[in-house]
Write a protein that binds this ligand. Structure first.
Ligand code: HEC
Ligand code: HEC
Length: 289
């Protein structure tokens, strides 16, 4: 009897520590050097546009830099976008290659704490290591700007450690997305799902704010209101030319210009892409239906 109790307690402890380790495990990231070649920096500049980083990180006080300050309102409180210039006190001065991989691909701070998904790392997680490192190379090549964004304004019950469970749940609830065999479609999928994070606004979420990838691009909700669906059904009347023109200028087939939260996406992201990448996005969104 006593033995049974001891055994049960030990089993519970083991299981408990197992679950704990699974939830809070450090991401497995190699300690890599940040590239510093002009090639890497140039690729990084392009990827920062394709990643839509400017829409959020553009400085409110110093608009020529990525020094942050913008307030992002959500159901879970107000987040203030941080400074990602290489300033040591107020920005990301001293970040290593591993720090960029951890942040962009795992949503973890250099000190191990969790980022809030107001930073769309769930989308960026699918980015290649090379792209994440090139982005780091570009950011570290920029002049440091001293600016500290205000603290986030969040409900008392919300804490960073809770994201441990959120991240694991998001992984369990969502299917693995399959890579398309066609290289153009695959490139478009990479740009849309990961760098361009189109689903962060256009995919519905559950009550915990986890994107429902089974209904990918079926329309989302922002504090400003509902966001259109951009799945195959919704775009069935768009031609590839109309779609690429939209990505360049924000002009829709009905002759109206898109507005709201989509404007900065066009301005800082899709209009800056190569024609080749805009065509890849069109190939992905308008694929076989
Ligand atoms: C939708 C808005 C949004 C976009 C787009 C966005 N970020 Fe952020 N980013 C945030 C927010 C909000 C945080 C702070 C999250 C937190 O405090 O947990 C953040 C945090 C960061 C951090 C960590 C900074 C620190 O001091 O720890 C880095 C680095 C970063 N972002 C880089 C990028 C890059 C690179 C891109 C583009 C590929 C990008 N972000 C796109 C909103 C955004
Ligand atoms: C920050 C949120 C956000 C992101 C990220 C975003 N969108 Fe949008 N998008 C919107 C909103 C909001 C609208 C509606 C704007 C309006 O009311 O005019 C919209 C409209 C659109 C439309 C027009 C739909 C229609 O039927 O009128 C298309 C197409 C579109 N987005 C494609 C994209 C693509 C492709 C991406 C990724 C490269 C993307 N969006 C990323 C918020 C976003």
């Amino acid at each position: 009897m006593r033995k049974n109790v001891i055994f049960s307690v030990m089993a519970a402890l083991l299981l408990g520590t197992g679950v704990w380790q699974w939830l809070f495990a450090e991401p497995d990231v190699a300690s890599v050097e940040l590239p510093a070649t002009t090639d890497a920096i140039e690729r990084g500049r392009y990827l920062v546009a394709a990643g839509g980083c400017i829409s959020c990180h553009k400085g409110t006080e110093h608009p020529a830099s990525l020094s942050g300050g913008m307030a992002l309102h959500s159901d879970f409180g107000t987040f203030h976008v941080p400074n990602i210039t290489p300033d040591t006190d107020t920005g990301i001065g001293g970040w290593t290659g591993a720090d960029f991989l951890r942040a962009l691909k795992h949503g973890r701070r250099p000190d191990g704490a969790f980022y809030y998904p107001a930073f769309p790392y769930p989308s960026y997680a699918g980015m290649t290591d090379q792209d994440a490192l090139d982005i780091g190379a570009y950011l570290m090549s920029q002049p440091p700007v001293s600016f500290r964004a205000p603290a986030h304004v969040l409900p008392g019950w919300l804490h960073r450690w809770m994201l441990a469970g959120w991240n694991r749940l998001a992984g369990l609830l969502n299917p693995e997305l399959v890579q398309d065999a066609d290289p153009g479609v695959a490139r478009g999928a990479y740009l849309a799902r990961h760098l361009g994070h189109c689903g962060e606004c256009h995919t519905p979420r559950n009550v915990l704010g986890i994107a429902d990838l089974r209904r990918e691009f079926a329309g989302g909700v922002l504090p400003e209101g509902d966001v259109e669906a951009i799945d195959a059904a919704a775009l069935s009347h768009w031609s590839a030319e109309e779609f690429t023109l939209f990505l360049s200028l924000g002009l829709k087939p009905d002759g109206e210009f898109v507005g709201g939260e989509m404007e900065p996406v066009i301005e800082h992201n899709t209009s800056q892409l190569t024609d080749h990448d805009r065509q890849a996005l069109a190939a992905f969104f308008l694929r076989a239906r």
